[in-house]
Write a protein that binds this ligand. Structure first.
Ligand code: FES
Ligand code: FES
Length: 163
């Protein structure tokens, strides 16, 4: 077993894990943060996207021990109480989801994308979210949501949680 510490959504957790445990399994099974989804076993879908030290990662692709000492933000860490993060609000406004399975990972990837490019356009969103798959929406509303969410984040930096 490995003794690791993760700062998840601002809270420190010391956890014993088998060395081959994936980060996504620690988040879901040990910490109960089931907003981070597992949609594939091929590292393709992006449903498991979280932020590690501010950068988006697919949490099914790294071991928990590799994140030891790091700061993780999950979808549960974005809203501030009852106030949605601007990107969450944009997805709601634009109906950027149907079944919602891809949505947590899509939003975490979108937040990171928007931080690096607040003026992002359609092509930029489509390229930037290539690693996140949605089976339902056809992507049009997701793209519109990310563009609006990026603008909203730029105008309300105080709300920009998410590492
Ligand atoms: S669960 Fe599909 S990329 Fe991680
Ligand atoms: S909303 Fe169903 S997979 Fe994206």
């Amino acid at each position: 077993m490995a003794d690791i510490t993760l700062i998840v959504n601002g809270m420190a957790h010391r956890i014993d894990v088998p060395p081959n445990t994936l980060l996504v399994d620690v988040l879901r099974d040990r910490l109960g943060l089931t907003g981070t989804h597992i949609g594939c076993d091929t590292s393709q879908c992006g449903a498991c996207t979280v932020h590690l030290d501010g950068r988006p990662i697919k949490s099914c692709t790294i071991l928990a021990v590799q994140a030891d000492g790091g700061g993780v933000t999950t979808i549960e860490g974005l809203a501030q109480g009852a106030t949605l993060h601007p990107m969450q609000e944009a997805f709601r406004t634009h109906h950027g989801l149907q079944c919602g399975f891809c949505t947590p990972g899509m939003i975490m990837a979108a937040v990171a994308l928007a931080k690096s490019n607040p003026e992002i356009d359609v092509a930029g969103v489509r390229h930037g979210l290539e690693g996140n798959l949605c089976r339902c929406t056809g992507y049009q509303n997701i793209v519109a949501a990310v563009i609006d969410g990026a603008r909203a984040m730029a105008q309300s930096p105080a709300k920009q949680a998410g590492g």
